[in-house]
Ligand binder design. Structure first.
Ligand code: HEM
Length: 407
């Protein structure tokens, strides 16, 4: 009944699409009116429609037809050989898909190669923090973004989460690589393949009886959902680095944003929804990310899988309790409670008291540690966690799904 009424509420407001587009709030979405102005975007202008009702028309209809034509296995086989940005597309792809991919792989006119050179320095200097933050802050946050948790859980990849985490970690790894968007890098390939995967999910998930029962929306992964997830990545990471007082020169901060703006564009997000500055990003995140965070049964299961990742690698320093304590420290008590993460009598207070001084020492802002043991412990943790999350991105191919999770 509960589930039914949730879906029905949206259906009843099918007209909502139109109302939403006109900026009229329904009771169900009153908390999340879209008022963010396209003037703050990389495009600098736009229609200002609520991206909740915008998907990826071109990719969506094309991939739906590739699936319906039964061409997914052959396309995946061909695309396994396409790994480098500068590499020609493999021969033998369906003509309509090839045409689309040729267009989709082009970087936008606003690509700034100087910023891309600067971000290499930033990623090198900050790689350890970034590995930890992508894995624990962004990764764990994704489990309390209900629409994402449900989509991930009930899609084909949800049945093998370890494999899925590797594929997702590949994007974090590729964007941090020295050559990310250069011809010998892999980020463009990863983004274009992911764009196809998302289009496939939009076609497939509505056919899943499990997802349809719990989901609010008729079609998953709207452009608004995409921006929500985007904010769980660079916006959240930059907010944490700022809170920890990690010194970041303005040029590096702008370069880091740029590498993620390009990622958004290459994933098919329209330029009018991509924030042009961190101020705009923080404003948009306050509107779309913070209000949607909530627990779901599926998200709790996904979080548990993430928290168990470390145990097999190094039972001691990356054990589940330590990763749990770190999640609580970064995302707060409320989210920790949603995810049923127990309190840790040693690690919780230690992180609260010593993490910021540890960063200050690491950054040369404080003289060498008052508490050397905590310093070395944290440093080891940082290295192991970065290694763990980034090493998940073992050579792996992102593939278009042609079915949902079986049960
Ligand atoms: C697949 C990244 C937004 C749901 C993927 C993959 C990557 C990725 C790298 C390929 C890995 C794989 O096949 O498992 C991103 C990024 C996003 C974003 C960077 C935003 C900036 C979203 C959103 C949703 C979502 C908003 C749902 C609301 C999924 C699902 C899959 C997927 C269901 C496919 C899993 C399968 O193969 O069954 N995404 N994603 N993603 N993503 Fe996203």
């Amino acid at each position: 009944m509960g589930k039914l009424s949730r879906r029905n509420m949206l259906k009843a407001g099918g007209a909502l699409g139109a109302l939403g587009a006109l900026g009229v709030a329904s009771p169900a979405q009153a908390h999340s009116l879209w008022t963010w102005s396209p003037q703050g975007s990389v495009a600098g202008a736009g229609a200002g429609l609520d991206p909740r009702w915008v998907w990826d028309e071109e990719a969506d209809s094309l991939v739906a037809s590739v699936i319906d034509r039964g061409e997914v296995p052959r396309v995946n086989e061909l695309l396994r050989t396409w790994t480098k940005n500068g590499q020609p597309l493999p021969a033998g792809l369906p003509a309509d898909l090839r045409d689309f991919m040729e267009r989709a792989r082009q970087l936008p006119s606003w690509t700034d190669q100087r910023k891309l050179a600067t971000v290499v320095e930033f990623n090198q200097k900050r790689g350890l923090y970034l590995g930890l933050l992508y894995g624990l802050a962004s990764g764990m946050m994704s489990t309390v973004i209900p629409k994402e948790a449900l989509a991930v859980y009930y899609s084909q990849g949800g049945a093998d989460m370890k494999d899925r985490i590797s594929k997702t970690a590949k994007l974090g790894y590729d964007i941090m690589s020295q050559t990310a968007y250069q011809p010998d890098g892999e980020m463009i390939v990863t983004c274009v393949k992911t764009r196809l995967v998302h289009a496939a999910v939009r076609h497939l998930l509505p056919q899943s009886p499990y997802w349809s029962e719990v989901a609010e929306e008729e079609i998953p992964i709207s452009q608004r959902d995409m921006m929500v997830t985007w904010h769980s990545l660079p916006t959240t990471v930059m907010q944490k680095l700022t809170t920890w007082k990690v010194p970041i020169p303005a040029a590096e901060s702008a370069a880091f944003l740029h590498s993620w703006q390009l990622c958004a564009h290459m994933l098919g997000i329209k330029d009018e929804y991509i924030p042009a500055s961190w101020t705009e990003a923080n404003t948009q995140a306050g509107q779309v990310l913070n209000p949607v965070l909530a627990p779901t049964a599926e998200g709790i299961k996904l979080a548990d899988i993430l928290l168990n990742l470390g145990s097999s690698v190094d039972g001691a320093i990356l054990s589940k309790p330590v990763l749990g304590a770190f999640t609580r420290f970064m995302l707060g008590d409320e989210i920790a409670a949603w995810l049923k993460i127990p309190r840790e009598p040693v690690w919780d207070p230690l992180l609260k008291v010593s993490w910021k001084p540890f960063i200050a020492v690491r950054e040369g802002l404080l003289p060498f540690p008052l508490a050397p043991e905590a310093y070395w412990l944290f440093d080891e943790f940082l290295r192991k966690a970065a290694l763990l999350f980034l090493s998940e991105a073992r050579p792996i191919s992102i593939e278009i799904p042609d079915s949902n999770r079986p049960s």
